[in-house]
Design a protein around this ligand. Structure first.
Ligand code: F6P
Length: 346
């Protein structure tokens, strides 16, 4: 029997366990056994693996997070680490890998694949920023969580006649802010793709106030930036191990400034990792399951270097190279549409 190795890398997201379960169970059908690799690429470097069986994946479908653990380890940072990966692939008789990850993990997968390691990718991220697939699992769950939060914040903002700023995840893209902002009826949506100015945000909120709407909900993605302020270089101590900027609360800065300029009492809620935790929605469970099965089918067909994807309602695959070539930024037409349905601005 051939062996598949499965790993989860990068930030966790709801639906990872559904993929793992689907890989193990469809693997059995195609004649493979599965080894779970702990903590992303780290586990393959250290030889930290565990056999996964039909029985051991029972009950994990609705669970958030990843039973395998995750890390942001870059497998190619040190030549010696890559050699350990080659050694462990042989030692554990791993025929091919299923690498479940976001942009960083899949970029590494592309490079590792080019070095001759047989693997396929499965895209995951709450950010929905992977090209080559219409949507990533985890996104629907995060949007549902944020929408519920916005609904709750609406009632308290309205009762207290306040502005409430809701900061959501989205380092480089504003898919969560835009989609949940639309679903929750936000009055201002600020995303990394479109720089904003304080003047225009204040003008919009003041117009709402003047029209009789004495409260507002502002949704801002953590990576949104002001056009009127240059970007200072990000110091090393607020970067994670992959060099990504750790966010320090653009929502807080915005809230403070709005209160000062508009004289309207303002509160700020930073949703943070709440957006990544918890049980996946039915949509994410089904998508994750379909992608997990597709990954095994790709391996069985010897189609390495590919990423399982969804286009329309069809599961398909694209070369990893194409998938990680650029981030999928928000649909600006949808962003414009969101503006047309915001009340109290005219
Ligand atoms: O990449 C997904 C993501 O959720 C980003 O939106 C966010 O900036 C980042 O992960 C946070 O990562 P960490 O868990 O390292 O704080």
């Amino acid at each position: 029997m051939k062996t598949i190795g499965v790993l989860t890398g990068g930030g966790d997201c709801p639906g990872l366990n559904a993929v793992i379960r689907a890989v193990v169970r469809s693997g059995i059908k195609y004649g493979y056994e599965t080894l779970g690799i702990r903590n992303g690429w780290r586990g393959l470097i250290d030889g930290d693996v565990e056999p996964l069986t039909d029985f051991s994946v029972s009950g994990i479908l609705p669970r958030g997070g990843t039973i395998l653990g995750t890390s942001r380890t870059n497998p190619l940072e040190k030549r010696s680490d890559f050699q350990k990966i080659q050694y462990n692939m042989k030692k554990y008789g791993i025929h091919a890998l299923v690498v479940i990850g976001g942009d960083g993990t899949l970029s590494a997968a592309r490079d590792v694949s080019k070095q001759g390691i047989p693997l396929v990718g499965v895209p995951k991220t709450i950010d929905n920023d992977i090209s080559g697939t219409d949507v990533t699992f985890g996104f629907d769950t995060a949007v549902s969580t944020v929408t519920e939060a916005i609904d709750r914040l609406h009632t308290t903002a309205e009762s207290h006649h306040r502005i409430i700023v809701v900061e959501v995840m989205g380092r480089n893209v504003g898919w969560i802010a835009l989609t949940a902002g639309l679903a929750g009826g936000a009055d201002e949506i600020l995303i990394p793709e479109v720089r904003f100015t304080m003047d225009s945000v204040c003008k919009n909120l003041q117009a709402r106030y003047d029209s009789g709407k004495k409260f507002s909900i502002v949704v801002i993605a953590e990576g949104a930036r002001r056009e009127d302020i240059g970007l200072p270089p990000v110091p090393e101590d607020i970067r994670d191990e992959c060099g990504n900027e750790k966010f320090v609360g653009v929502g807080l800065l915005l809230g403070k400034e709005l209160e000062k300029r508009l004289g309207i009492e303002t509160r700020v809620t930073i949703l943070g990792h709440i957006q990544r935790g918890g049980s996946p929605t039915a949509f994410d469970r089904v998508l994750a399951t379909r992608l997990g099965v597709a990954a095994v089918q790709l391996i069985d067909a010897g189609k390495f270097g590919q990423m399982a994807a969804i286009h329309g309602n069809q599961i398909t695959s694209v070369p990893l190279e194409e998938a990680v070539f650029r981030l999928k930024t928000v649909d600006l037409e949808l962003y414009e549409l969101a503006k047309t349905v915001i009340g109290g601005r005219r």
